[in-house]
Ligand binder design. Sequence first.
Ligand SMILES: [Zn+2]
Length: 303
Amino acid sequence: MTDEIEFPSYNITNICNRRNRMYLAVLKYKGHIVKGDVYNTIVDILHQNLPDNILRSTVEKSVRSLLNKEFTKELAFQTAWRLAANTDQLLLQQPVLAPIGQLKPEWMPAQIISVSNDHNNGRFAYRLGFHILAGNMAGNKVFQSWSTKKCFYLATVRDGKNLGFGFGKHRQNKKGEQVGSLLFYSPQQYYGLRCYLLLEGDNLFQPRIKSVGHSPSTFNYNKTLITRRDREKTDCLLNLPNNPECHTCPMGENQCSIALRPLSLVIVDCPRCGKREFKDPKDFDYPELCMKCVDITRKELVL
Ligand SMILES: [Zn+2]
């Protein structure tokens, strides 16, 4: 069934570059109510930053839902992203409207933007957040919980075209030494990787993930990132002492561009274990506890 749904090919770099150009160009209207001259100018700017041969009227119909709304940063970004991600449809002079939901199954490229602990139907799991990069849901986020077993399975498995997330398998030689490379140790290593998602609508047309797939482009993107994060292949980007493995490093993207989390971990005096330990400032459930104790507390809740 999933094989029958067309697997589109998107140039994600071009989409993101165009999105950023359009977003920065319309951002000066942040905080304005979209009407009259403001509306017309926003339409003009978006139109000028899209490929030639897209009619202004097609762009105008695509963004009519902005009328009389306050033009927030988020709305500007979403609008720029939606148009940049769907230029093929615009070139056919078909307006690209803000999605009301996912009406039919569609493959879309996505980037993993969060990996957090979760319990799913009473079992400990990892909750992955995906930002949709192109297609109907471009600019939206979807989430799914994966068991530890699923995380490890999907990390190394390859499809019929030898594509996957791109991690290597653990292999030992006769002396028992590890000879595999680009290895997967922790679900946190999914952070920042790309894949395709087959999204379908539930009975309220809200998108949910039916299947995960890969293209040569997402595979190569991941391989490059995984290689840069692997100390067997590449030294620490920040030249930190002892050349730490990225999946054990407390840095966030605020300090290192290939980090495995948005914000660096911070140190707390944890009242549960009595130690000075790391905590993730993005995890709000147990603000006073260290990461290890948050983990233990969550697992205890599941049992
Ligand atoms: Zn603790």
